[in-house]
Design a protein around this ligand. Structure first.
Ligand SMILES: NC(=O)c1ccc[n+]([C@@H]2O[C@H](COP(=O)([O-])OP(=O)(O)OC[C@H]3O[C@@H](n4cnc5c(N)ncnc54)[C@H](OP(=O)(O)O)[C@@H]3O)[C@@H](O)[C@H]2O)c1
Length: 279
């Protein structure tokens, strides 16, 4: 029987909780940006890792560095998460290797800037597959073992975008709203099983994200936070079983308290302005 207790936005785990050990973490999108920093934090704590991304060579280099620096064991899996078969393949690979995943970090994701009707449908479909479908599938595969072992941690990297519709990034914002809704619902379902689920909602972060999304000239990225600071905030929130985590107190207040009070049209104007490119 679980002794996890929910108070407000946090879960407090009992003294003999089995999720207090570091254990192994699987991190998607670990070849750079926030994912790499999350992997580094876990390795620094002495936890073994399974790293997933398309760039296998980058992952191999990261494996070498982390193993040397922290004395942990790192497995790398090259996989394209826009392929619906990838989550099953990843799960099978970790099962065959006998790696038990106690911490699942669904971080891989990307955006894409422009008017919806002018964007390639294929790019939107790949975005939905990576940001939502792979996250749901991996969660489904790994949560069963966590439940059976009496506990686990899941961190889903969402975004402040989850809290508003995003003209010129319509599909990206919608995928993050999905991540937030899904994460909180299953967090509630998983309470009796000692499995915590945290949605991390950063604002702009200095990674390859803006370049990939064709957003390098977008003003918000001028005040981007470091990937390291965002990862630290997310990892800490995951460890304390927080439901939703913001890395910026002002952003938290504005997004959760002010935005819902504004008329929808004002929110849409504000959101579209956030996506405007500078000359
Ligand atoms: N940067 C921001 O401003 C910001 C703000 C809020 C939320 N976020 C979220 O933070 C998460 C991490 O993004 P980031 O900022 O660290 O961006 P990033 O530097 O572009 O890193 C994205 C990671 O996802 C992986 N990835 C992308 N497409 C993939 C695919 N099809 N299959 C497998 N892996 C894939 C990339 O690896 P490969 O290219 O090697 O596959 C890379 O490791 C994303 O979910 C993003 O939505 C970012």
């Amino acid at each position: 029987m679980s002794d996890a207790v929910y108070i407000g936005n946090r879960i407090y785990l009992g003294k003999d909780s089995s999720v207090s050990d570091v254990g192994s973490a699987l991190v998607t999108g670990a070849s750079g940006g926030i994912g790499l920093e999350l992997a580094r934090i876990h390795a620094k704590r002495g936890g073994d890792l399974v790293l997933v991304a398309r760039s296998k060579n980058k992952l191999r280099q990261i494996k070498e560095n982390l193993e040397q620096e922290y004395g942990v064991s790192v497995m790398v899996i090259g996989a394209d998460l826009s392929d619906s078969k990838s989550p099953q393949k990843i799960f099978t690979a970790t099962e065959i290797a006998g790696v038990q995943i106690d911490t699942l970090i669904n971080n891989a994701g990307f955006g894409g800037h422009d008017l919806f009707h002018e964007r390639e449908l294929k790019a939107e479909q790949a975005m939905m597959a990576v940001n939502m479908v792979s996250l749901v599938s991996l969660t489904h595969f790994y949560v069963a073992g966590m439940i059976a072992r009496g506990g686990g941690r899941i961190l889903n990297v969402s975004s402040v975008a989850a809290y508003m519709p995003g003209p010129k990034q319509s599909v990206y914002f919608a995928t993050k709203a999905f991540v937030n809704s899904f994460s909180q619902a299953i967090a509630f379902e998983l309470r009796p099983h000692n499995v915590t689920v945290t949605a991390l909602c950063p604002g702009a972060v200095a990674t390859q994200f803006a370049k990939t999304a064709n957003m390098e000239n977008v003003a918000v990225f001028k005040q981007a936070r470091s990937a390291e600071s965002v990862a630290q905030c997310g990892y800490r929130a995951m460890q304390s079983g927080q439901l939703v985590a913001f890395n910026d107190a002002k952003l938290n207040f504005f997004t959760r308290i002010v935005l819902p009070l504004l008329p929808r049209k004002t929110v849409l104007k504000f959101s579209q302005r956030l996506m405007d490119k500078q000359a």
